[in-house]
Write a protein that binds this ligand. Structure first.
Ligand SMILES: NC(=O)c1ccc[n+]([C@@H]2O[C@H](COP(=O)([O-])OP(=O)(O)OC[C@H]3O[C@@H](n4cnc5c(N)ncnc54)[C@H](OP(=O)(O)O)[C@@H]3O)[C@@H](O)[C@H]2O)c1
Length: 341
């Protein structure tokens, strides 16, 4: 195998100067006994890719330099460590590679075998990366933290977003009544994803247009705290709020210490004095190959599909980062690294 590869990376934190992102030739990473090497077909964009490259989390966990961008990856396993039993060479897999690994925008990426699952079969392998980090975040939000049950009512802020688009579809699959909150230009997409009711956050307040109370409020957007607090006026006693937005996450990393948060995913409740009335959860996604396996099955069964709004070649990756900085991303951007595998 080639010992060198091309990868889209930052040599050092770029403080959101995306002209510092570059394609460079570096060594193919080597694996430890519990890791696998994946020949990458595709990755996808997550806001956290930009935040890590900018250096926003550098005080909370160590980032290997040069940092190959891309926390999502799909491709073919080409090498496994001695202790790996869950996947084999030539398996077609997808993975939320993890914050500290990154690597999706390289020709080859390494991650723990426990972060990897068999990819869905009925979408192109290069698209499968779009259903890793964001889909896993949605899964953990709804079913681990939100404890969603059929028939419950859930508000989803950022419903057309990378995470929100999976939250809406998974909540509908579970049998919930879904209220999707987003900008007016995204509301047709939110309906198409299956939401029962849509709310234009620019002119409406969910608490004024939703009938009755809700069981769960989810935020994967830059909604201000006042928006979520307003919605909490119609939250049932004992209801749950799951807030995954970046600023809330940073707050969490400060409180918990980033390494632990990024390695394991961390959940905590706040504020303490209101705990009896509701649960307020801020959390970070953690790798989970059994949840990814379930996500692949649901894609193959036609129950959910990634809301891919754009496909680009990896050489255009900086353009997605620039769009994100201008606030222009919707849904998932599939980034093709190699569509020949
Ligand atoms: N905690 C975790 O583990 C985790 C994991 C993944 C992502 N995240 C975070 O979750 C957030 C969303 O990520 P993403 O990839 O889904 O982003 P995204 O694709 O940019 O989606 C965000 C969506 O929210 C909409 N929005 C903006 N302001 C809103 C408001 N006030 N009310 C309702 N919707 C609003 C946006 O619309 P317009 O901007 O067009 O108006 C956009 O459609 C980011 O902060 C990201 O860092 C956290």
């Amino acid at each position: 195998m080639n010992k060198s590869m091309k990868a889209y990376l930052v040599e050092e934190f770029d403080n959101n100067d995306t002209s510092k992102m570059q394609i460079a030739t570096i060594d193919v990473p080597t694996i430890q006994e519990d890791e696998v090497l994946i020949q990458i077909a595709g990755t996808s964009f997550n806001p956290a890719d930009r935040q890590v490259a900018a250096g926003e989390y550098k005080d909370f966990f160590s980032v290997p330099m040069p940092y190959v961008i891309g926390m999502d990856g799909s491709g073919v396993v080409v090498e496994i460590g001695n202790k790996v039993t869950n996947v084999q060479v030539n398996d077609r897999v997808f993975s939320y590679l993890g914050y500290a690994y990154g690597g999706g925008a390289g020709e080859f990426a390494v991650t723990k075998a426990s972060n990897v699952a068999q990819a869905p079969k009925n979408i192109p392998l290069s698209d499968a990366a779009t259903a890793t980090g964001a889909a896993l975040t949605a899964w953990e939000t709804l079913f681990e933290n939100g404890k969603l049950e059929p028939g419950q009512k859930v508000i989803v802020n950022g419903a057309s977003g990378g995470v929100g688009s999976f939250v809406v579809q998974l909540a509908k699959w579970k049998g919930a009544y879904v209220i999707g909150v987003d900008a007016p230009e995204h509301l047709d997409a939110v309906k198409m994803l299956g939401a029962d009711q849509v709310v234009n956050y620019k002119v409406e307040k969910a608490e004024e247009v939703v009938e009755g109370e809700v069981d769960l409020i989810i935020n994967f957007s830059n909604a201000p705290n006042s928006q979520i607090q307003g919605q909490m006026s119609i939250l049932k006693k004992g209801g749950i709020v799951v807030n995954g937005n970046a600023a809330s996450a940073q707050d969490m990393f400060q409180k918990t210490g980033g390494n632990q948060a990024f390695a394991d995913g961390v959940v905590f409740d706040e504020p303490e004095d209101t705990k009896d009335d509701f649960e307020y959860i801020v959390f970070a996604v953690h790798p989970d190959s059994s949840a990814l396996t379930r996500i692949a099955e649901l894609i193959d069964e036609g129950m959910i599909k990634p809301y891919i709004t754009k496909r680009i070649d990896v050489s255009q990756l900086h353009e997605v980062h620039n769009s994100y900085l201008k606030g222009q991303n919707v849904g998932k951007v599939a980034v093709i690294v190699n569509d020949q595998i």
